[in-house]
Every structure is written in C-alpha cells, then in structure tokens.
Design a protein around this ligand. Structure first.
Ligand SMILES: Nc1nc2c(ncn2[C@@H]2O[C@H](COP(=O)(O)OP(=O)(O)OP(=O)(O)O)[C@@H](O)[C@H]2O)c(=O)[nH]1
Ligand SMILES: [Mg+2]
Length: 303
C-alpha cells in the first residue's frame, strides 16, 4: 500500500475525529401513533424513542439523548402537538417550544400514507412549529409517510404523489417564503423492509434525510450511520443503497461534507480518489469506531 494513501487516510482520520464531539438533532412532529418513534428507531438501528400505544393528555416536549459508535444525538418528540386534546393552550406551547428547542438539524413531519386528508390537528401542528421556531425550519424538513402497508399496491404511487402534494401545500400556506415544493418526501412501512412497490425503504429514507439535514448535522449523522451503511463481505448492509442512492450520497458528500472537512485543514476533495476502493475500506476497518466506519464508507462509495 502506498505511503501516500496512508498519509491521506491519516489526515482524513484527524479531521473526522474533530467531529466526534459534534451532535445532530432531529425534531419529530405528527399525530400520535403515526409511527414517529418506530421510524426514527429503524433509521438509526436503535431504540431511541419509546414505541407503543400512548395517548398524550397535554402538549409536551420530550428529549431523547442517545449515541451510536460514540456519536451523540438528540431526538426531540412533540406529543400532543398534532393531536386533538382538551387542554389546548397554543401560546403556552409556543413558549415551551421556543425555550426547549434550540438546535434542529432536521425536522420530520410524519403522517400516514393511508390517510386521505390533512387533519385540522396536523394543520395546527404545522402552524405552531412555524410560529414558534421560524419558517426557515422547513428548509431542513422531510415529509415521511408511514403505514405504506395500508395502501393497496395498485394505489401506492398515486397515494404517495397526492399526499405529498397536499402536505406541501399546507406547509407552503404556513411558511410562504419557503420553497415547499422542493421538500423531500418518502414512504415507509415500519412493519416490513419493503414498501408496496417492492423496494427497500430504509436506504431511501437515509438518502432523503442526508440530503436535507443541515450542513452542521450532516457529518455527525453520516458518522453515526456509517456502520449501518457499510456492506459486509456478502455485500449486504443494515441500510442497503442501490446504485442511484449511492450516487446521490456521493453527491451530497461532495457538496456538504468535503467543504466542511477542507475548511478544517487539507483540501480532501482531490485526495479521496487516492484511497477509494478496497484498500481504503481496509484502512477504515483497521481504525474502527465511527471514524473508521466513515473512512471505510467513503472508500467504498468512491471506490
Ligand atoms: N403496520 C404498520 N405499523 C406501524 C407502522 N409504524 C408504526 N407502526 C405501529 O404503530 C404503533 C405506534 O407506533 P409509534 O412508533 O409508537 O408511533 P408514534 O408516532 O411514535 O406514537 P406516539 O409517540 O405515541 O405519538 C406501534 O404499535 C407500531 O408498531 C407502519 O408503518 N406500519
Ligand atoms: Mg413516539
């Protein structure tokens, strides 16, 4: 193995290590029982948030702090925000969100694919989030449709397109300055690996979140998911990416990750080619942890 490769991997390692102290933050909104916790747990491969039948009685904010391979993150849940509950004090809740929700790298709006309309509770939730944070919060938002299994196969594509349009229209109403049209949306089924179109949804969810997450959150998020994305010796990963998704991830790394790393030291962009491929993956495996997994992942993607 050429010394040059080792030197570049070493430089990459140093730069990534600087990011192991950074965190990422998700904010989840959506009606109770739509599968917010299940979806976040499935994406991260860990029981971050409690799953089950639970009826909120007041509007709350819950913080779940966790870590993967030493990378810390926080998932903030908003029980009651999109639910019809007795004690509805919008002003009080806006204050709660403002004082408890500081940094958000990605906002998840979660709703069932099988629903036919945007409920008044959801509309209120969208309005409250916009008012308490800022319309700009939607620049880092993703629309997630759960319960894809409840839609008949032949109606799946149509339902996905239609529901996406309706939610985007509602967000555009609440945050007029935001290009809601460009928001990513994805359909998931937390009871299966596949959506009714026969595709694995986890890779798509990963790519969409990675595409919209803030630049600051992107590196810690990639580092926390790297070990789930790296294929094993039989080419399988917990989160499988097809060729199109791989190319998308590479593009996002070029746009969001490389510039941030380059800003911390040596311009890495031109160097990745030098250790991409199996040798780079081997170097990553040797280093271990989130840093090694990320080096291995980049080597595999660009190899
Ligand atoms: N069939 C099916 N079941 C799902 C899906 N997503 C979640 N569930 C089930 O729906 C129930 C509620 O899921 P949660 O993930 O707890 O939903 P939540 O939105 O976090 O609910 P709260 O935290 O109570 O507001 C659980 O029993 C899940 O197993 C899905 O896509 N398909
Ligand atoms: Mg939950």
């Amino acid at each position: 193995m050429s010394d040059n490769r080792v030197a570049i991997a070493e430089e990459f390692r140093k730069q990534l290590e600087g990011f192991t102290k950074k965190k990422f933050h998700f904010l989840l909104i959506g009606r109770t029982g739509v599968g917010k916790s299940s979806t976040v747990n499935n994406l991260l491969g860990k029981q971050v948030a409690r799953v089950g039948d639970y009826e909120p009685t007041t509007m709350e904010i819950e913080h779940f702090d966790s870590e993967i391979d030493g990378i810390q993150f926080t998932v903030i849940d908003t029980p009651g925000l999109c639910d019809e509950i007795e004690d509805t004090n919008n002003e009080k809740y806006i204050g709660k969100i403002r004082s408890n929700v500081k940094k958000i790298d990605c906002l998840w709006f979660v709703t069932e694919l099988s629903a036919t309309r945007v409920t008044s509770d959801e509309k209120r939730g969208i309005r409250l989030i916009t008012e308490s944070l800022s319309p700009k919060i939607w620049e880092h938002a993703i629309i997630i449709f759960t319960f894809a299994d409840k839609v008949p196969k032949e109606r799946y594509m149509e339902a996905f397109a239609k529901r996406t349009e309706l939610i985007k229209a509602e967000i555009a109403k609440s945050a007029p300055g935001i290009a809601a049209d460009g928001l990513p949306s994805v359909a998931v089924d937390n009871s299966s690996k596949l959506t009714p179109d026969g595709k694995e949804w986890l890779g798509e969810l990963f790519v969409k979140v990675f595409s919209i997450i803030s630049d600051k959150g992107a590196i810690p998020f990639l580092m926390a998911t790297a070990s789930s994305l790296n294929p094993n010796s039989s080419g399988q990963a917990r989160i499988n990416l097809d060729e199109t998704q791989k190319n998308e991830v590479k593009k996002i790394i070029d746009a969001k990750i490389i510039p941030s790393l380059a800003a911390t030291g040596v311009a890495l962009g031109v160097s990745i080619g030098a250790f991409a491929g199996p040798l780079g993956s081997a170097i990553g495996a040797g280093i271990g942890g989130a840093v090694g997994a990320t080096i291995g992942l980049v080597a595999w993607l660009f190899g």
